[in-house]
Design a protein around this ligand. Structure first.
Ligand code: CA
Length: 250
């Protein structure tokens, strides 16, 4: 199979530093395509002075290395155990250093092998798919406003400007066990599918119809640039990170 992937992260227009991290692992051979497959990650760190940056980069690095090192046949299970391992690692780091107390991170991960995608997700970063011109959100936001939207007491529109929109209800690195969502896992791929993984610095700045329009209009590298530019154009109040994957051949 063939896919085209691109990614971009940006500090935005307001924040002094970038606490988002991303990962993009592409197999180096056809043999590796059939064994480990691809891995894509977005993590949005939080907590402390440096904690957020450390939590998200530690999570991405450790998930990636655990995923590649594990040759398990079920890539969905391998992905989940890599994320669970990262959870313990981030928690241990935060307990070992008082400057890092309370750090944590979101994590939205997608593994792809042999025409199938697998997801593992915690926090308010998101995964979307654009298929045959229609975009749907694959993940649910583990945030206060996300829960309010799901229970019908807040609209998507109002959630994006709600004063408590940054309150996360689940994340990685906070508790000994992490409650992960594995939506639509395993997920069968079609040629032409376009996936987007992103931090909330994108979705709090531009709405879904605009994301959908940008996502389908160009190749992944240009799409990444256009998404980040649109978020910054609307204020860039947060770090913004995007990973775009287009399935070109199965
Ligand atoms: Ca953020």
């Amino acid at each position: 199979m063939k896919l085209v992937a691109a990614s971009l992260t940006d500090t935005g227009r307001v924040r002094p530093n970038n606490e988002d991290s991303m990962g993009l692992y592409e197999p180096s051979s056809e043999k590796e395509q059939r064994s480990s497959g691809w891995l894509f990650l977005v993590a949005d760190g939080m907590g402390g002075h440096k904690g957020g940056e450390i939590a998200s980069s530690l999570a991405v690095k450790s998930i990636q290395s655990a995923f590649i090192a594990d040759d398990g046949e079920d890539r969905g299970l391998v992905l989940v155990s890599a994320v669970e391992h990262a959870n313990r690692l981030v928690l241990n780091e935060s307990l070992a250093d008082s400057a890092l107390t309370g750090m944590g991170t979101t994590c939205t991960a997608m593994a792809i092998r042999e025409a199938t995608a697998y997801f593992a997700h915690v926090g308010d970063s998101r995964a979307y798919i654009l298929r045959e011109g229609e975009m749907i959100q694959i993940t649910q936001d583990h945030s206060l406003v996300g829960e309010m939207v799901r229970s019908g007491i807040l609209s998507d529109e109002d959630a994006r400007v709600h004063p408590k929109r940054n309150v996360i209800t689940r994340s990685l690195g906070i508790q000994k066990t992490v409650m992960l969502d594995t939506p639509f896992t395993p997920f069968e791929l079609n040629v032409g599918d376009i996936f987007l993984l992103c931090s909330d610095g994108l979705t709090s700045m531009i709405d879904d119809p605009e994301i959908e329009k940008i996502l389908g209009a160009a190749e992944p590298e240009t799409v990444c640039r256009n998404l980040v530019d649109a978020a910054n154009h609307n204020g860039g109040r947060d770090n913004v990170t995007v990973v775009v994957v287009k399935i070109s051949e199965l």
